[in-house]
Design a protein around this ligand. Structure first.
Ligand code: ZN
Length: 521
């Protein structure tokens, strides 16, 4: 307040045109200071994280939780005075995760850490108890088909038994070099042998569970280790009638060794998921209308759906909260933007950017008027790199905007211009493919790949709120500057370098169609 009054007096003393320029600059720095203060002193991030991750939980496309999350986001925006809506983009196989309860019951009792894979069939309201059997190493598919009836009435173990549950960084720290090298060699040989064992069945990772189910197996047991302590990745099941479950490396190893050593272990599995039929799926969109150029758009973007092994905290709860909090702050401090500020919380990114691709198809006017889009989707870390995504003149605007971002935020960021359009790892790619200037705010990993990405450990406790506050400031400031910029951004594409493998000139990605109906074969 004091600064504003002082500037007002100062402005009265300088000439008119110069005053205009100074006014804009001072106005920028004032608003940016206020954004920083609001983000740091009145942060809503922990509330958002608690409500979405703890109360609602994971957001698998087609699940009732996803719908609940869509409704929650609309209500949050309405509470902040921001127009918001759920836009239907397609339909998906509805499935609701229930209780997974998995126990070893013989030769000793131990509750096992594990769960159904997404869209796995249930055990129809009861616990199923059975002996276990391991996919054997047989000569060929003929021998395998002859063996297949042996799975009848059993749970079948289809994953390799990992030789160590310690991640490699732990071996690097404590093992002798000889011992670590020996382990790695043995593990590589074992992995190759297991790959061959599965290949010789004549089935693939996708078709083997179905063949086992057809032969009378009561369930498929696997372990998709994510190469960190106590962490597995949880994707979707291929079985149609019997459950597919993932159990932790530690428990899988136990059951595997008991089976291998003819101890005839028995497991009991209770899996209580529900099928919901086909259900509509949505993107949540919110909007602060532009006053001078309402048909030009600055867009914030983060996918809203998740896998459901945990609560999707860093993939992509953190991107979601960053964008929501930036919108809240912009509405409070910059309620009448020049350009329209939009946010897209996309559905079904995990199955192929479906929500954002559908939005690009459904809203050509927004794609056409897009000044800039900022997407965040690689974990909780502070933003550490921004690429021009191949847009020839991206430096001139991104560089200009970044120069006004507070040094405490900007100093962590490296840039590459014009950069390349990239392979399309997240929703910005749907817009880049359509020729619109869309950018990824790429974060430090905080062990994202092994520990949280699509794992059973992607939970609230992994969030680093200081880094998120940093990202909120960056996003809100970039959105403000992109909205205020007197010039419209250039979309001119750079000529991409020749692909060294093919000798052909690099190609810009093509627009790909959204899958509007999914989860069914
Ligand atoms: Zn993601």
């Amino acid at each position: 307040m004091l600064i504003a009054r002082y500037l007002g007096v100062f402005m009265g003393l300088v000439s008119c045109s110069l005053a205009g320029i100074l006014n804009a600059q001072n106005n920028d720095s004032l608003i940016i200071q206020r954004i920083v203060a609001e983000a740091n002193q009145n942060s809503q991030l922990t509330t958002l994280a608690h409500e979405l991750l703890d109360v609602i939980g994971p957001r698998l496309v087609g699940s009732p939780k996803m719908q609940q999350a869509n409704n929650w986001a609309v209500a949050k925006y309405k509470g902040w005075g921001i127009d918001s809506r759920n836009e239907k983009w397609g339909e998906w196989r509805g499935w609701d995760r229930g209780i997974s309860h998995i126990d070893l019951v013989y030769p000793r009792v131990k509750s096992l850490e594990g769960m159904q894979l997404a869209w796995s069939p249930s055990t129809n309201g009861k616990a199923v108890t059975a002996e276990t059997i391991i996919v054997p190493d047989l000569a060929d598919s003929v021998a395998f088909d002859k063996w297949l009836p042996a799975v009848k009435g059993k749970f079948v173990l289809i994953s390799m038994n990992q030789p160590t549950g310690r991640p490699d960084y732990n071996w690097t720290e404590f093992a002798t070099k000889e011992s670590f090298d020996k382990m790695k060699q043995q593990r590589a040989a074992q992995t190759e042998a297991w790959r061959k064992r599965i290949a010789k069945t004549g089935y693939t990772a996708r078709t083997l569970p179905l063949a086992l189910e057809k032969a009378g197996a009561l369930g498929i047991v696997m372990s998709n280790w994510s190469q960190g302590f106590g962490v597995n990745k949880i994707f979707s099941a291929y079985t149609k009638k019997v459950p597919t479950i993932d159990i932790s490396l530690e428990d899988y190893g136990l059951v595997y060794r008991l089976t291998e050593n003819s101890q005839k272990p028995k497991m009991s599995i209770r899996a209580e998921s529900k099928e919901m039929g086909m259900v509509p799926t949505f993107n949540t969109i919110a909007e602060i209308k532009g006053t001078e150029k309402p048909d030009e758009y600055v867009m914030l973007s983060a996918h809203f759906d998740s896998w459901d092994g945990a609560s999707g905290a860093t993939d992509n709860g953190t991107g979601t909260f960053t964008m929501m909090e930036a919108m809240r702050i912009l509405k409070k401090l910059y309620p009448n933007p020049k350009r329209t500020i939009l946010v897209g919380h996309w559905g079904s990114e995990e199955q192929g950017l479906n929500g954002s691709r559908a939005f690009v198809e459904d809203h050509p006017e927004i794609v056409k008027g897009l000044q800039a889009l900022f997407n965040q989707d690689n974990g909780t870390g502070r933003v550490s790199s921004i690429s021009g995504q191949g847009f020839l003149n991206s430096y001139s605007y991104i560089g200009k905007w970044l120069s006004k971002v507070p040094d405490s935020v900007r100093s962590h960021i490296t840039t590459s211009f014009p950069g390349s359009p990239g392979a399309g790892g997240s929703d910005f790619a749907s817009f880049v493919a359509a020729g619109a200037p869309a950018f990824s705010l790429s974060s430090l990993s905080w062990s994202y790949g092994n520990y949280t990405w699509h794992t059973n450990r992607d939970t609230y406790d992994k969030i680093v709120f200081d880094d998120l506050r940093n990202n909120v400031i960056l996003t809100a400031v970039l959105a403000y500057l992109a909205s205020e910029d007197p010039t419209t951004t250039s979309r001119e594409r750079s000529i991409l370098p020749v692909n060294p493998r093919t000798g052909e000139p690099g190609q810009w990605p093509e627009v790909r169609k959204a899958t509007r109906k999914g989860g069914v074969d």
